[in-house]
Design a protein around this ligand. Structure first.
Ligand code: SF4
Length: 440
C-alpha cells in the first residue's frame, strides 16, 4: 500500500495540542507513539440528503426539502409519485451551493493538519450524493485537487441511488473525475424493494447499473440479503442479476435491525436463523463461483478491483472527513486523533460559515489502539500484515501479545507468522475475537 506524507515534527502541529513543554527551547516530551512514516491518507466527503428515509437506515441521512413536500403530496394524492426526472430534482440548487461552500471551508480547515501529505483516495458518500448536480460535484473535486495532492490514478468513488438515475447525470459525474460508482441497489426484486421502502424499482436499478458499467471502469453494487420473507432462491436471484450486469465489485450485507430506525421499532418478518445461515452461505458461494474474490466480510471483487479507499480504512490508515456527521482519523507524529462533526446539515453549515472547528476532537489513548486496529483489520479475509500495527499505530507488537495469545489458545486466530488472520471459528465469532483486544 502506498505510503504518502511527511514525518511532521511535533512543533509544527496546528491543532493546539502540542507535545512540547518549551517551544522556544525545542524541548520535547517523549512521545508514546513512533511512526516511521505517516499512514496513507484518504478523504471522505459526506453529502447527507436522501429522497426518503429508508426504514432500516441508521446512516446520517436527512430528507431533502423537495422530498418533504413530495411526501406530503403523496399522502394527499397517492399517484403523485415522481416528477419526469425521477427524484433527481429533490435538492434545491441554492442548498447544494450553500453546502458546497461549507465543505470547502471545512477542507480549508484540514490543510494545516496534513502538511505535505498526499491523498490516496476520495469517497463521496451519504445520504444520496447523486442528488447533487454534476457541476457541483465537479466544483467540489476541483476544490479538493486545488488543496491536496493526489496521484492521477487515485480512486474517486461516489455513491449513487437508482432513483436519481439519469444518463446525463452519470456522464457528468464521470467528467467531474469520479472513477468509481457505488450503486445502492439492495435488491432486484420489486416486492423486496417495496418492503425496504426504497424509491426505485427493479427496472430502474438495472438501467442505472447498465449505464454505470458503460461509463465507469469500477462499479460496485450494494445488495442486502435476509430481507423480509426472503428465501435462498430469491437471494441467489439478486446475486445472479448483479453478476449478469458485469459490475466489478459486490457488497453483500445482511439486513439488520439497527437501533433508532423504523424497523427496530416495528421489525418486519425476517428469515429464521437457519434460513439466514443458508442464505449467507449461498450468496457468498454464488459470488465466489462467479469470479469474485471475497476479501472482506461483506466485500467481493473481480481480481484487481478491490476498493482502495475501504482497504485503507480497514487497514487503519488515516482519513479526513468533511461534511455533516463525518468522522476523521488523523495521525500526528505524537498522537492519533478522531474527529466528529455536527450530524445535522443545517447546524454543520452554520458551524462552517462561522469557521468553527469540528464538534468533537479526541486523542486515542495508547491502550485503545489494539482494539481500534483489530476492529477493522480482522475483517480482512486474507488477514492483515502485523507490520501494519507498528506502522499505523506507532506502537510495538508487544502491546498485542497478551490478547493475541488468548486468541491463539482459543483457536480464534491462525498461528501464521507475520499475519493477523481469524480462523474459520474466529470469523464466525468475530465480535468476541475483537473484544479480546479491549485492554484495560
Ligand atoms: S438511500 Fe441509503 S442513506 Fe438514504 S435513507 Fe436509504 S439507506 Fe439511508
Amino acid at each position: 500500500m502506498e505510503q504518502n506524507g511527511s514525518d511532521k515534527p511535533a512543533f509544527m502541529s496546528n491543532s493546539g495540542a502540542t507535545s512540547t513543554s518549551n517551544l522556544a527551547g525545542r524541548v520535547f516530551m517523549p512521545s508514546e507513539l513512533r511512526f516511521a512514516a505517516m499512514p496513507p491518507l484518504a478523504l471522505y466527503i459526506h453529502l447527507p440528503w436522501c429522497v426518503r428515509k429508508c426504514p432500516y437506515c441508521d446512516f446520517n441521512s436527512h430528507l431533502a426539502p423537495q422530498s418533504q413536500l413530495r411526501e406530503v403530496a403523496i399522502q394527499l394524492e397517492p399517484k403523485a409519485v415522481q416528477s419526469e426526472h425521477g427524484f433527481a430534482d429533490s435538492l434545491p440548487i441554492e442548498l447544494q451551493r450553500r453546502y458546497l461552500n461549507a465543505l470547502v471551508a471545512d477542507l480549508d480547515q484540514q490543510l494545516p493538519k496534513i502538511w505535505g501529505r498526499k491523498l490516496y483516495s476520495i469517497f463521496i458518500g451519504g445520504g444520496t450524493p447523486s442528488l447533487f448536480a454534476p457541476e457541483l460535484i465537479d466544483e467540489l473535486l476541483a476544490a479538493v485537487r486545488a488543496r491536496f495532492g493526489m496521484p492521477q490514478t487515485g480512486e474517486i468513488t461516489m455513491e449513487a441511488n437508482p432513483g436519481t438515475f439519469e444518463q446525463a447525470r452519470f456522464e457528468g459525474f464521470r467528467k467531474a473525475g469520479v472513477n468509481r460508482l457505488s450503486i445502492g441497489v439492495q435488491s432486484f426484486s420489486d416486492s423486496h424493494l417495496k418492503a425496504l421502502g426504497r424509491v426505485h424499482n427493479s427496472e430502474q436499478a438495472i438501467a442505472a447499473v447498465r449505464s454505470a458499467v458503460a461509463l465507469f471502469d469500477e462499479v460496485n453494487i450494494d445488495l442486502m440479503y435476509a430481507l423480509p420473507h426472503q428465501n435462498v432462491e430469491q437471494a441467489l436471484a439478486d446475486v445472479a442479476q448483479a453478476v449478469a450486469l458485469n459490475s466489478t465489485h459486490l457488497s453483500l450485507y445482511q439486513l439488520t435491525m439497527e437501533p433508532n430506525t423504523l424497523f427496530a421499532a416495528k421489525p418486519p418478518p425476517l428469515p429464521d436463523d437457519d434460513t439466514l445461515v443458508d442464505i449467507e452461505e449461498a450468496v457468498h458461494k454464488a459470488a465466489k463461483q462467479s469470479g469474485f474474490e471475497h476479501y472482506e466480510i461483506s466485500a467481493f471483487s473481480k481480481p484487481g478491483h478491490r476498493s482502495q479507499h475501504n482497504l485503507n480504512y480497514w487497514g487503519f490508515g488515516d482519513y479526513l472527513g468533511v461534511g455533516a456527521g463525518a468522522h476523521a482519523k488523523i495521525s500526528y507524529s505524537n498522537r492519533i486523533e478522531r474527529e466528529n462533526r455536527h450530524r445535522n446539515p443545517m447546524a454543520y453549515m452554520e458551524e462552517m460559515e462561522g469557521a468553527a472547528q469540528p464538534l468533537e476532537v479526541r486523542t486515542l489513548a495508547v491502550k485503545e489502539l489494539p482494539f481500534e486496529f483489530m476492529l477493522n483489520a480482522l475483517r480482512l479475509v486474507d488477514g492483515a500484515p502485523e507490520s501494519w500495527f507498528v506502522e499505523r499505530c506507532g506502537r510495538p507488537l508487544s502491546d498485542l501479545q497478551k490478547p493475541l495469545n488468548a486468541a491463539l489458545s482459543k483457536g480464534l486466530i491462525e498461528a501464521q507468522p507475520g499475519l493477523f488472520k481469524p480462523t474459520e471459528l474466529g470469523f464466525r465469532f468475530l465480535n468476541d475475537v475483537q473484544q479480546l483486544f479491549l485492554v484495560g
